[in-house]
Design a protein around this ligand. Sequence first.
Ligand SMILES: Cc1cc2nc3c(=O)[nH]c(=O)nc-3n(C[C@H](O)[C@H](O)[C@H](O)COP(=O)(O)O)c2cc1C
Length: 182
Amino acid sequence: MTLQSTTIAAVTATQFREAMGHFPTGVTVVTSVDVNGEPVGTTANAVSSLSLDPPLVLVCFDRASTTLAAIRHHGAFVVNMLAAPQRHLSANFARRGFAAAWEGVGHRPGFTGSPRLHDVLAAVECTVEYRLPGGDHEIVVGRVRDVEVAEEGTAPLVYWRGGYTALDGTGTPPPTTLRATA
Ligand SMILES: Cc1cc2nc3c(=O)[nH]c(=O)nc-3n(C[C@H](O)[C@H](O)[C@H](O)COP(=O)(O)O)c2cc1C
């Protein structure tokens, strides 16, 4: 059967965002280094594993993202997966450009120079393999070079329907045991 495009009503951005908001995700802060060697980062949930062999991940960035601009230049990034008590970091790194504060945010450089945030659930350090067009976003495919994971029992930060929640949907995160990453 051939669908007539004229019979399909256009989906608005609001409808699309609302529908996709029903898909719960973890929350990451993707970090890199800008042209001046300063750390940069953005909150991102459009993150997925892509391939096991070779190990690849993908992140979708708004084309206006200053973190994306830094990654294009630096050629490397870290996907830092946030734990439940790190909601404040999600808010901090959702601020545009250099508005995100680094003061008080514990981090150390990974071997590509990109910042690894302290106390995250897991960190996946990548070099840029490909960059692909994605409408008003750009898809960055990263080759995984190193990974680090927290001890079991650490609860994730979860984003769902425009807000933060726990895995059971009650809004009360389960008890966590956080490991300080050196
Ligand atoms: C929970 C959450 C998830 C987000 N996911 C993404 C994402 O996957 N890609 C993206 O480009 N922006 C995402 N954003 C928005 C960016 O964090 C925001 O636009 C930020 O200001 C961009 O900063 P930058 O320009 O310094 O990179 C998300 C924001 C929140 C709160």
